[in-house]
Design a protein around this ligand. Structure first.
Ligand code: UDP
Ligand code: MG
Length: 312
């Protein structure tokens, strides 16, 4: 016998959970014929939802033994939800799935086969299209992955979803990374292990709406960069060096020019432009340092990643 835990982070998903539960039920039936010795644990993480999510989960729990839930004291974000799921999962294998059916459960048998029979530690999914998403959002997402992979040694796959099945070994490796600022896409790459990739076309959510605004995504991408690359710090120093050299050349040029042609008072506008530019660059660089300082500050506090209010 082996146990497969399905982790479902939920934030205001009262509308989507019934669809998810039904669809998952079909997949479990399919497993019964293909892999008769697998049992399931459905672990829902209620991430401080403000709607009836917890009530829906309690109802499911009362009629289905396989359902478990952890309910947070407030909204801690999906990353914390994933961590709590991994932390509470009892399975030999663990899969993370969104509640909105954007991660098709129908792929699960093939993913399970990859980790049990084909010798992979993990099977993950990526979207090959971003159909149904605003074009600007897709454009910036693509830019982010390009930038990220350019400046970070940790590989972060473009279009990778959080939908992923993992062996117990990999789950324990991820849990051993207790950082407070979690960027799971980077953590997967960092822990290594061999991963089989499944590609699929984007599917739109069944009910409810996305929790990600453009602004939230932008902040999240900065989080990812700060968590998995120190290149911005190097860029700040390089900029400083570059402009120092430039200033030196300019000084020599001006001294020679003054000696040869005298010094009529001029160049006020250019002076203001240069001052503004240098002021800007300096603030930008301090800002970069500030980002890292802020993260280091939060890490040293050693706060818990999530606080559970209820657990069943
Ligand atoms: N989610 C969560 N906490 C949050 C935001 C989202 O647990 O603070 C869950 C959400 O309920 C869903 C999954 O994370 O199951 C993905 O969220 P969403 O569908 O809004 O993101 P998208 O698919 O649009 O990237
Ligand atoms: Mg979604």
């Amino acid at each position: 016998m082996s146990l497969l835990t399905v982790i479902v982070p939920c934030y205001n998903e009262e509308e989507a959970i019934p669809f998810f539960y039904e669809e998952m039920g079909k997949t479990i039936e399919k497993f019964k014929t293909d892999f008769p010795d697998v049992s399931f644990e459905l672990l829902f993480i209620d991430d401080g939802s403000k709607d009836g999510t917890l009530k829906v989960l309690k109802e499911l729990r009362s009629k289905d033994e396989r359902v478990h839930y952890v309910s947070f004291s407030r909204n801690f974000g999906k990353e914390a939800g994933i961590y709590a799921g991994l932390d509470n999962a009892k399975g030999d294998y663990v899969v993370i799935m969104d509640a909105d059916l954007q991660d098709p459960p129908s792929l699960l048998p093939d993913m399970y086969r990859a980790v049990t029979e084909e010798g992979y530690d993990s099977a993950a999914t990526r979207r090959v299209t971003r159909k149904g998403e605003p074009p600007i959002r897709s454009f910036f997402a693509r830019m982010f992955y390009k930038l990220m992979n350019g400046i970070s040694k940790t590989e972060i796959v473009d279009g990778a979803r959080d939908y992923r099945i993992m062996s117990r070994k990999m789950v324990d490796a991820i849990l051993s990374m207790g950082e407070y600022n979690r960027f799971t896409k980077g953590i997967y790459g960092w822990v290594g292990f061999n991963t089989k990739w499944f590609a699929y076309e984007n599917i739109e959510r069944v009910a409810g709406e996305t929790k990600w605004s453009f602004w939230k995504l932008l902040l999240y991408s900065i989080e990812g960069i700060v968590a998995f690359s120190t290149a911005p710090l190097a860029i700040a120093s390089l900029l400083g060096l570059l402009f120092m050299v430039l200033a030196f050349v300019l000084i020599i040029f001006i001294v020679i020019k003054t000696l040869m042609y005298g010094d009529p008072t001029s160049g006020w506008p250019s002076m203001v432009c240069i001052l503004t530019m240098f002021g800007g660059i300096q603030l930008f660089s301090i800002g970069i340092i500030g980002q890292y300082l802020a993260k280091a500050y939060l890490e040293t506090k050693g706060r818990p990643i999530y606080i559970a209010k209820e657990k069943e």
